[in-house]
Write a protein that binds this ligand. Structure first.
Ligand code: NAP
Length: 305
């Protein structure tokens, strides 16, 4: 395993804290430095031992690092890239965990000095929790990590980053930037938008009391609320930065919703039965692929620290 000696984590929330814990679990002895926007988060990260040293600015945190991972909301990455650029070491890799890749490549790329490898990446793993206390070492286990190399990305630097994420428990795959954003829109971004909408609808229904929505929430609605509790800043930035792909998927979604709406109106039970049978097969494939379990409540227990 080609290990990094010094990893700088910019942003110290769910993703960064999980990276740190997974690095330690993997036995990596790299120095870990970091920074976050607020003093509270910086102090907490230090107290939890997520970083060996914490700095007030990203510029200080990246000094001497051979791997810098941007773990901040997508909309903050360009400004941070500009700030750290003069302080990056020759030969270091700058990567990220942002949920959108084209926008990150465009915002960060122009600031990267010669001799620095920009390699965007996205772990297909997460929860609705935020902050340095929400991380856990097993977050990336058996989850996919998509690396979206740029045409100029060095093969050796990509392989090294691949080894790093494999050691953290991920299955790594390379994907073209634009395709990544469409895939993410289908499997993550649009489902989040739909969950936000459904919870918003329930909240706005004046013929159903709020206490009824809360008290009687069965699995369907309850699972929507878990997704709809995700960080507002992160998700605002996702939709602002993956506009085209999300709108494309949303267009398809609306068409299918109308077809189902019509089936309900005209009483076309066969249409609904066939549709729901097809969707159940997708669920079966996800379980067969080891990406979820068959246990009730999606098998979610308390994550291991
Ligand atoms: P998080 O828990 O909310 O943490 C974000 C961190 O970024 C916080 O430490 C925050 O500092 C810091 N930050 C925000 N703006 C900053 C700025 N301008 N300068 C410096 N630090 C700043 O978020 P997360 O869930 O780890 O998400 C981080 C990234 O991972 C996002 O780009 C997201 O798209 C991506 N991602 C998330 C998930 C998920 O399920 N959550 C999954 C895959 C990828 P303060 O605490 O001081 O505000």
């Amino acid at each position: 395993m080609s290990q990094y000696k010094h990893v700088a984590l910019i942003g110290l929330g769910l993703l960064a804290s999980s990276i740190s814990l997974a690095m330690r679990r993997a036995g990596m002895d790299a120095r870990i430095t970091g920074t976050a926007r607020s003093k509270d988060t910086r102090d907490t990260a230090l107290e939890l031992g997520l970083v060996d040293a914490v700095f007030d600015t990203a510029a200080e945190a990246v000094q001497g690092a051979d791997l810098v991972i941007l773990c901040v909301p997508v909309g903050a990455m360009g400004v941070i890239a500009e700030e750290i650029a003069p302080h990056l070491s020759e030969g270091c890799t700058v990567s990220d965990v942002g949920s959108v890749k084209q926008a990150v490549a465009e915002a960060v790329g122009p600031h990267m000095p010669d001799g620095v490898h920009l390699i965007p990446a996205h772990p297909m793993a997460g929860t609705e929790k935020s902050g340095p206390e929400s991380g856990f070492a097993s977050l990336f286990d058996n989850r996919w990590l998509l690396i979206t190399p740029l045409p100029e990305s060095s093969h050796t630097a990509v392989e090294r980053l691949k080894d790093f994420w494999t050691a953290l428990g991920s299955n790594v795959e390379l994907m073209e930037v634009e395709h990544h954003d469409l895939v993410a829109a289908v499997i993550s971004h649009t489902p989040h938008l739909i969950a936000y909408t459904m919870v918003g609808v329930a909240d706005g229904m004046n013929r159903v009391a709020k206490t009824e929505v809360v008290n009687y929430s069965a699995a369907g609605f309850r699972d929507f609320t878990r997704i709809a509790a995700s960080d507002p800043t992160m998700w605002r930035d996702v939709f602002l930065n993956n506009k085209d792909a999300t709108l494309e998927v949303l267009g398809r979604f609306t068409e299918e919703l109308l077809a189902l709406q019509r089936a309900i109106r005209v009483g076309d039970g066969d249409f609904m039965f066939d549709y729901f049978t097809r969707t159940r097969d997708i669920r079966r494939s996800i379980i067969d692929a080891g990406q979820d379990t068959e246990a009730a409540d999606f098998g979610r227990g308390k994550p291991e620290k």
